[in-house]
Design a protein around this ligand. Structure first.
Ligand code: G6P
Length: 605
């Protein structure tokens, strides 16, 4: 989603700003721009194409300056046209970039029009630029502190003013913003990844902070306007993370990184211990009576999978909710529930708001399962389990999902052990299975050539159904989501037993039906559901465990998975579905890593 980069230096910072945007491209955007103070005047370049086009423009026009801001925009208010692209100017004096949504922009716009300001964009952002211009009395830092008090909604902003040549001012409320600390130069960005290569020293701003960066220093005030110190941490994890290597797309690279990502995520110690979730987790976990899981998108499906583990292994009641629903409905809080937020980025606006909503209702105990140690969610929760997937660039989540599943499985067995449902022998067996998982995944990845053959068939279809049962129903949901996100084929997933209650009406010879067929206790039921499809002429594409003895025959295509992998089987079964979506999208020629209309990190509602 939208990205911000800002810099103050004693060198031309346009290349740093453009490189920062390039590093944020994976988040999804539909226009981009950069503005610098050049001989005391704000000058800008904007593009509704890619960052590469913006780069060409700045080279052609020799845009250069030592103070500047840049932005990738994902349109919310106003179409993705040049006039709406950031940086937004006010009277050629103030230049501003903004992530988030200003909810009271209409009132502010009327007020500013009354003062003679002319609006040239359809954005909510333009009111902030004019507001700052109208309030400026010689001190940009103070002006921004005063101006943001009038804003309702979510924002991260970075602003420059023509009269303050070595200053960028930023502010955050509901959208992330970090300060990159350099030597004789300083930076701002919506994500530390944007500044990899420029600095590895970061200070993470808190909600309500306003910051001024200059050549030699950084000043921060908190939401009360009081001077604030934010710890400067060294974050090196981002170096080299955006290299594609031998792969065609980041998504493919990330699918193949899963054995490594899972190895890094499995706890070092050979036992399941509440301390893995943070100091004091043992006492808290001993007192909880249920779990409430909140998440969005793919992370929601990892929560749905975890529910099966938590209820069957740990025998603990578990509710899983889509964050954007939970945050706005009246629910019955249970202070003895552990609230678990699952998020790759740790910044998804709906999940973060759902967490805060749960806390406001009196939920004291919270845990984040997250891939970014410095994210807002990790900072907002009592406990955290960090997945070590590494930076995920492809918009469609893959390695983040499977590492989340590892974290959630560790949680389920830890709770089961604490509640006396797992003995030492079972614990060792579960650990053994976790340790063997990367090798098992490698054998699934080796199925890629067979999956490529199927993908050529799928590329010609416009619809697909995915079936799964029990623990593998969320995997069918995830498979359908992957296919629709990147190949734009309409796909739906059903628990196979529900087929006859509606979707069977859609089944004809034109409808491929992907079936997740592990050799578990529901296999015979699933085989009956497959017959229901065959009887209507539907074509079945089955991922079957080797020991199921399901064989290819007329209308039934089978790819043979390894033997059944017990409760961790969903982690194996999702991989061929990721590959099927990936190769189908490649065959259809879509922009796999940046599918249309989607963003990697959804930091607005
Ligand atoms: C976006 C991404 C999805 C992701 C979802 C939740 O929609 O495109 O891949 O699953 O956000 O993101 P999170 O970072 O909270 O896991």
């Amino acid at each position: 989603m939208c990205g911000i980069v800002g810099a103050v230096a004693q060198r031309n910072i346009v290349p740093v700003l453009v490189e920062g945007l390039r590093r944020l491209e994976y988040r999804g955007y539909d226009s981009c721009g950069v503005a610098v103070l050049s001989n005391g005047e704000p000058r800008r370049a904007r593009s509704v194409e890619r960052v590469a086009d913006l780069d060409a423009q700045v080279r052609e026009t020799h845009l250069s300056g030592m103070t500047g801001i840049a932005h990738t925009r994902w349109a919310t208010h106003g179409a993705p046209v040049t006039d709406n692209a950031h940086p937004i100017f006010s009277r050629d004096t103030v230049a501003l970039v903004h992530n988030g949504i200003i909810e009271n922009y209409e009132t502010l716009r009327e007020m500013l029009k009354g003062k003679g300001y002319e609006f040239v964009s359809q954005t909510d952002t333009e009111v902030i630029a004019h507001l700052i211009h109208s309030m400026y009395r010689g001190d940009l830092f103070q002006t921004v502190r005063d101006a943001v008090r009038q804003l309702h909604g979510a924002y991260a902003i970075a602003v420059i003013h023509k009269d303050q040549p070595h200053t960028v001012v930023g502010a955050r409320q509901g959208s992330p913003l970090v300060v990159g600390v350099g030597q004789g130069e300083n930076f701002l960005a919506s994500d530390a990844l944007a500044l990899a290569g420029s600095t590895d020293h970061f200070a993470f701003l808190e909600e309500g902070d306003v910051v001024e960066i200059g050549l030699d220093g950084v000043k921060i005030v908190d939401r009360e306007g009081l001077p604030a110190e934010r710890e400067v941490r060294v974050v090196t994890a981002y170096g080299g993370a955006v290299e594609l290597g031998p792969y065609r797309h980041f998504m493919q690279k990330e699918i193949f990184e899963q054995p490594r990502a899972i190895t890094d995520t499995i706890p070092q110690a050979d036992h399941f211990d509440p301390a893995l979730f943070g100091a004091g987790a043992g006492d808290v976990f001993a007192g909880i009576d249920s779990l409430l899981i909140l998440a969005c998108g793919t992370s929601y499906y990892s929560g749905l999978t975890a529910k099966y583990w938590l209820e069957s292994i740990a025998k603990i009641p578990t509710q899983v909710e889509i964050a954007s629903e939970y945050r706005y409905r009246e629910s019955v809080p249970n202070p003895k529930a552990l609230v678990v937020v699952i998020s790759q980025s740790g910044e998804t606006a709906d999940t973060l708001a759902a967490l805060k909503h749960a806390q406001s209702l009196g939920h004291k105990h919270t845990l984040a399962v997250c891939n970014v140690a410095t994210s807002a969610m990790v900072r907002q929760t009592e406990f955290a389990f960090l997945t070590h997937a590494g930076t995920e660039i492809g918009v469609a989540s893959t390695k983040a999902f499977t590492t989340q599943l590892v974290g959630l499985f560790v949680l389920a067995v830890t709770l089961a052990k604490m509640r006396g449902h797992v003995n030492a022998k079972q614990e060792a067996a579960y650990f053994g299975q976790l340790r063997h998982l990367p090798a098992a995944l490698n054998s699934v990845l080796a199925l890629e050539p067979q999956i490529i053959a199927w993908s050529e068939e799928f590329a010609r279809k416009e619809n697909a159904l995915f079936l799964g049962r029990g623990l593998h129903y969320p995997i069918a949901l995830e498979g359908a989501l992957k296919l629709k996100e990147i190949s734009y084929i309409h796909a739906e997933a059903y628990p196979a037993g529900e087929l006859k209650h509606g979707p069977l009406a859609l089944v004809t010879e034109a409808m491929p039906v992907v079936t997740v067929a592990p050799n578990d206790t529901l296999l015979e039921k699933l085989k009956s559901n497959m017959q229901e499809v065959r009887a209507r002429g539907g074509e079945l594409y089955v991922f079957a465990d080797a020991d199921t003895r399901i064989v290819s025959e007329d209308g039934i295509h089978v790819i043979r998975m390894p033997e059944h992998y017990g409760p961790l089987s969903p982690i194996l079964h999702v991989v061929p579905l990721q590959l099927l979506a990936y190769h189908t999208a490649c065959a259809r020629g879509t922009d796999v890593d940046k599918p249309r209309n989607l963003a990697k990190s959804v930091t607005v509602e």
